[in-house]
Design a protein around this ligand. Structure first.
Ligand SMILES: [Zn+2]
Ligand SMILES: [Zn+2]
Length: 115
């Protein structure tokens, strides 16, 4: 026995491959592309599928967004390069001092190693 959606419906029903249930033809959306004039999946399943497609689409959109952000970040880095250089120029003295200190440290280390 199938549950008819439409009152007084006497259709033989149609099996939905999604939920594997024989459902009333009224539970299927109409499709002009199909021979029986009904879609393959019942309304519930096609709704579910649509939601799935949408979430898939959202995933893809997120993926693309991520890729865009990555590219954008590289672009930003390129764009900021001159500023970074400027900043480095400004701090060059500091850097030099630091590297000098590092070199001294290394010298002390190697000296102690040689001893
Ligand atoms: Zn179904
Ligand atoms: Zn029916």
């Amino acid at each position: 026995m199938i549950e008819h959606v439409i009152g007084g419906c006497v259709c033989p029903g149609k099996r939905c491959p999604g939920c594997e249930q024989v459902k009333c033809c009224g539970a299927f959306n109409r499709s002009l592309l199909r021979l029986d004039g009904l879609q393959v999946y019942c309304r519930e399943c096609s709704r579910e599928k649509k939601r799935e497609d949408r979430s898939k689409h959202r995933d893809r959109a997120r993926e693309e967004n991520k890729r865009w952000r990555q590219n954008h970040r590289e672009y930003e880095r390129e764009r900021k390069k001159p500023y970074i250089r400027m900043y480095q120029e400004k701090n060059r003295e500091k850097y030099r001092e630091q590297s000098r200190a590092e070199r001294t440290m290394r010298r002390i280390e190697t000296n102690t190693e040689n001893r």
